[in-house]
Design a protein. Structure first.
Length: 415
């Protein structure tokens, strides 16, 4: 089957060389049983490629199932994929077949395969190498004949370097790699895709399809599309429904699309002079930042000097300073004592207003710099802060609830 026929059959729009090459590889590998790894950013249409490979294969009359590995909790994903026996875990009231058993003879599409836990990765590797699996809670080895097509929007080798993905599984999955290009890498396809989506939504909502003028097309082409085809489709639907004028200009487009490139760095403002000079403006901005940093350093130095004087002669302290004296005693000697450094274990003398001397022994405590220790400490603090609520703790830590669950098991943390 030629490339254009595949596009027509599976609704794939575009003529860019990168897209055509990916489709050509998919068509060539479809007739085999080789494992395929489809990589690409979120929203580029990786599932459409997996469906095309299955439909063009000898397994096309058998089952096809798509599994989002990132959407299944870590504690149940082994059961979902490989099945379980009755009583193998709490809630297992009956035996259950997994996907690799029910799709025997067909194709299974593992989306977001980089999200699989390491234990599940070992089980999957066994399926790929020997076609064997064991249900959760069973000791009986079962056979399966399933073709695996995997997809990821992450760099699996980078995950391997971080200890989150097995290297042997990566090479097993990527027997035939297919890279689906991002939408910004095939700009010539953007107007075609928008027109197709606009016509489809016009038919669905019984209205006239929207039309883009040249400025709008250029604006659409130059937008970075971080959400890829999925984002473009959503924008086309919004405009089809909400735009009163079916002749869309660039100004109208800006109301629906956030004008951002994802750059969160400070912006250098143009100069007031006509035309402006980019280098001159940047230098001015840099000088402002340097001045700000030096002023901050000067303020901190003056503050430390004032507190040192208060510690050495508390009589100089004003009422508002007295509240800080106890805190100051907890500081390291180097911070409050202007003389030579005090060795670890050597006593430190602080003079009080009554003439007596308080002797404090300073001991150097070596702080752990181990990343895992720090991570465990942060997790424990977050759980305490949110009274054991995993969802709130995970949100505060900036990780998913599933990742938090894995970390709790990894560090053996009692909630």
């Amino acid at each position: 089957m030629d490339i254009q026929s595949i596009k027509n059959r599976f609704g794939i729009i575009g003529n860019s060389p990168a897209l055509n090459y990916a489709l050509q590889v998919a068509a060539q590998v479809a007739g085999t049983d080789l494992t395929v790894l489809i990589s690409g950013e979120s929203g580029v249409g990786k599932e459409a490629f997996s469906m095309a490979i299955h439909a063009l294969s000898a397994r096309k009359h058998n089952s096809f199932i798509a599994v989002n590995c990132g959407a299944i909790p870590e504690g149940t994903i082994d059961s979902e994929l490989f099945g379980h026996e009755k009583g193998s875990f709490t809630g297992a009231v009956d035996s259950r077949k997994g996907y690799f058993e029910t799709v025997n003879g067909g194709t299974i599409f593992l989306d977001e395969v980089g999200e699989l836990p390491l234990g599940t990765q070992a089980r999957l590797l066994r399926v790929l190498e020997a076609g064997e699996f064991i249900r959760v809670g069973s000791s009986k080895v079962q056979k399966t004949d399933v073709r695996v097509i995997a997809a990821t929007n992450k760099d699996l080798l980078e995950l391997f370097d971080k200890g989150k993905f097995r290297e042997d599984l990566y090479y097993r999955l990527s027997t035939v790699p297919i890279r689906v290009p991002a939408l910004r890498d095939r700009k010539e396809d953007i107007p075609l895709l928008f027109r197709k989506f606009a016509v489809d939504f016009a038919e669905r909502y019984k209205t006239a399809p929207v039309q883009l003028d040249e400025d709008a097309k250029n604006w659409l082409i130059n937008y970075p599309w971080p959400g890829n085809v999925r984002e473009l489709k959503n924008i086309a639907e919004q405009i089809s429904v909400l735009s009163e004028d079916k002749h869309v200009t660039a100004e109208v487009l800006r109301r629906f699309i956030p004008e951002t490139t994802g750059n969160r760095l400070p912006m250098v403002m143009p100069s007031n002079g006509s035309g402006g000079n980019g280098t001159h403006d940047f230098n001015n901005e840099r000088e402002i930042l340097y001045t700000l940093f030096f002023d901050m350093k000067k303020d901190v130095t003056e503050l430390k000097k004032m507190f040192r004087e208060i510690v050495q002669n508390p009589a100089l302290a004003t009422p508002q300073h007295s509240a800080y004296l106890n805190d100051l005693k907890e500081l390291k000697p180097a911070d409050i004592y202007p003389g030579p450094a005090i060795a670890a274990g050597q006593p430190m003398v602080i003079h009080n207003s009554n003439g007596h001397e308080d002797i404090h022994h300073h001991e150097e405590v070596e702080e752990s710099l181990n990343i895992m220790d720090k991570e465990k400490e942060l997790i424990v603090k977050a759980l305490k802060k949110h009274k054991g609520k995993r969802k709130d703790a995970a949100s505060d830590l900036g990780i998913s609830e599933r990742t938090l669950y894995r970390k709790l098991k990894e560090y053996d943390i009692d909630e």
